[in-house]
Write a protein that binds this ligand. Structure first.
Ligand code: ADP
Ligand code: MG
Length: 376
């Protein structure tokens, strides 16, 4: 009976997903920090209609710009609120979908907070694995799952394996296997069997990120940190197997560097960061335009994500913003980028569905969400 209910829930959920398209954009605004408060910064973000996914930015000259996303999180919303909405997307990986979740925004707006979080206040990465283990256990009579993770960093268009121990191996390159899947030969794929393995692995990855850089914050704001969760599923009823992956990406800061500031090594870095972020924008635009050529290969970032961006895969973007008047320029540029990303959902993946059914599904999802919360 439980299996039937799960199947029904999954079917309805997929219909809703299809009706909405495969790209979701959630906007999250961090609180004003102490430094900003003592400097007398003011908040330019208006959350009056946040519940409806709308947010307003009070730009200079008292003009107000409005944006609409699938969700808007105010500084009061916590990690649990955020994950509650992301969890259904995450579960798709157990159903054989490729999924990509990424955090975009200016440095200091909470990308790492959303994805990694802190030991006391864990983020999407940890909660995702926790949720995957929970659901795979619930389904264990019907499915067997094999879950492993890799942690990569892309810095200056070079891939580094953050789980590798010992001396750095040779240059890592992206290859395509006989099934057409993209992968990086030689990268550590750590098998994780339970949630206690996970924190250790994620910590190892996070610690390795700092190794060899003299300014940890600067380094992390210029590199992309990419967690890949690989899932092999076997349906024990009919023997059918699927192989899917979920990318969780903490992108480099989207801010433009002041031109006068940038020389030599930093100029190269800045160009590379912009190259991969603008390549991401180009891929998304090409997907939106249903272009026959999607330029995945223009950057390591998009090349790695190729299987999980576009096509049958599902994408969730967190656009992270600062509430401060000092950052309003960067905030507007991030929100404009996010709006462009959201435009991709106006694709052909549209199905007419009964609104009565939709309401039922919503109620089901709400119920699932509150169950999920009460387990926290
Ligand atoms: P980024 O990765 O985008 O550079 P961080 O995640 O490092 O930004 O966040 C910058 C600071 O702001 C950190 O100290 C972080 O703990 C804090 N912060 C970010 N978002 C939130 C939030 N929603 N609530 C509370 N603190 C936050
Ligand atoms: Mg960060």
């Amino acid at each position: 009976k439980y299996y039937e209910e799960m199947t029904q829930r999954k079917k309805l959920f997929n219909e809703v997903q299809e009706a909405k398209g495969n790209i979701r954009v959630f906007c999250r605004c961090r609180p004003l920090n102490k430094v900003e408060m003592s400097a007398g910064c003011t908040t330019v973000v208006d959350f009056d209609a946040a519940k409806d996914g709308c947010l307003g930015i009070l730009a200079t000259g008292s003009s107000k710009k409005s944006f609409r996303f699938d969700r808007v999180y105010t500084p009061k919303d916590d990690q649990v609120d955020v994950f509650a909405d992301a969890s259904s997307m995450v579960i798709s990986v157990l159903d054989g979908y490729n999924v990509c979740i990424f955090a975009y925004g200016q440095t200091g707006t909470g990308k790492t907070f959303t994805m990694e979080g802190t030991e006391q206040n864990r983020g999407v990465n940890y909660r995702t694995l926790e949720h995957l283990f929970r659901v795979s256990k619930e389904r264990s009579e019907t499915f067997s799952y094999d879950i492993s993770v890799s942690v990569l960093e892309v810095y200056n268009e070079q891939i580094r394996d953050l789980l590798a121990t010992g001396p750095a191996s040779k240059r890592l390159e992206i290859k395509q296997n006989y099934e057409g899947h993209h992968h990086v030969p030689g990268v550590v794929e750590a098998k994780v069997d339970n949630i206690s393995d996970v924190w250790t692995v994620l910590q190892a990855g996070s610690n390795a990120r700092a190794v060899g850089s003299n300014n940890v914050n600067e380094h992390s704001s210029r590199s992309h940190c990419m967690l890949c969760i690989m899932v092999k599923t076997k349906n024990l009823m009919n023997g059918e197997c699927t192989k899917s992956k979920l990318w969780l990406v903490d992108l480099a800061g989207s801010e433009r560097l002041a031109k006068t500031d940038v020389q030599g090594e930093r100029l190269k870095e800045a160009q590379n960061i912009n190259r991969s972020l603008s390549a991401l924008g180009d891929v998304i635009s090409a997907l939106a335009a249903k272009s026959s050529h999607i330029p995945y290969r223009n950057s390591k970032l998009t090349h790695l994500l190729q299987d999980s961006l576009g096509g049958d895969s599902k994408t969730l973007m967190f656009v992270q913003i600062s509430p401060s008047d000092q950052d309003v320029g960067e905030t507007l540029s991030s929100l404009n980028f996010a709006t462009r990303v959201r435009g991709v959902e106006l694709g052909p993946v549209k199905k007419q569905i009964d609104t009565g059914e939709l309401q039922k599904t919503k109620a089901m999802l709400d119920k699932a969400r509150s169950e999920c919360r009460s387990k926290e």
